[in-house]
Design a protein around this ligand. Structure first.
Ligand code: SF4
Length: 231
């Protein structure tokens, strides 16, 4: 039976109680209440904040990242720095198909021809398989990032994966994220300083003009706004 069915009322109660609490309090409650909990780290600014908080609250919490094989070189460098300074045991989750196998089966540039299928192969399926070992996951989504995230709760039921979902920064602003990174000397992706507020795969992420929508550089030539990991 999915853990969700057992704990959906807990999640609704926690969401109300913790709505305006500090992210650290939300994380402490999550690690106390959810046995098999993990953090999905994308190495974006928000996730670097959460990773830093987790290393202080529960250093042995499993932290994983999706390596689509087409991340920016700056992201790969940040992964190595993050491992060296904070989390040597980051778990790398990768797609079943190599880029070569994907090209043979679906064509050379699937991200251009069918980005939803590409995201499914390189992100959603590996994530779905990996999350089968857990009861809950922590993410860095914030309400102000996009209309699709405007209703994110600090604790919520994730029906897509049948898990509890914890969004400790749901109410935080862009400014709060950056204040935390600077005050705590947390490393971040240098692409953020070059006009990339949201960073995904190199084929599907562009720099945006100052003041533009934070996620407008993602799949900018398509209607697509999410890769399918967050509903
Ligand atoms: S973001 Fe682009 S390259 Fe990455 S998995 Fe999705 S479509 Fe493929």
């Amino acid at each position: 039976m999915s853990i969700l069915l057992d704990r959906v009322h807990d999640v609704e109660r926690w969401a109300k109680i913790y709505e305006n609490r500090a992210p650290e309090e939300i994380l402490c409650h999550a690690v106390e209440e959810i046995d098999r909990l993990t953090f999905a780290c994308s190495f974006g600014a928000e996730d670097q904040v959460i990773l830093h908080m987790i290393t202080k609250i529960k250093p042995n919490l499993p932290i994983f990242y999706l390596d689509t094989d087409v991340l920016f070189s700056e992201t790969y460098a940040l992964i190595e720095e993050t491992k060296r300074r904070f989390s040597p045991n980051l778990i790398r989750v990768s797609p079943k198909l190599t880029l070569e196998q994907q090209a043979q089966t679906h064509g050379e540039t699937l991200w251009n021809s069918r980005p939803d299928l590409c995201c499914d192969i390189r992100k959603v399926t590996p994530l779905t398989d990996h999350l089968k070992g857990y009861d809950g996951w922590i993410t860095g989504i914030r309400r102000e990032q996009a209309p699709t995230r405007a209703n994110a709760q600090v604790f919520e039921a994730d029906a897509k994966f049948g898990l509890l979902k914890v969004n400790p920064l749901a109410l935080w602003t862009h400014k709060q994220v950056w204040k935390y990174l600077v005050q705590n000397d947390v490393p971040y992706n240098p692409l953020h300083d070059r006009g990339y507020p949201s960073i995904g795969c190199s084929h599907c992420t562009k720099a945006v003009a100052p003041g533009a929508d934070l996620r407008s550089g993602r799949w900018s030539e398509f209607e697509k706004t999410e890769c399918g990991l967050h509903q």
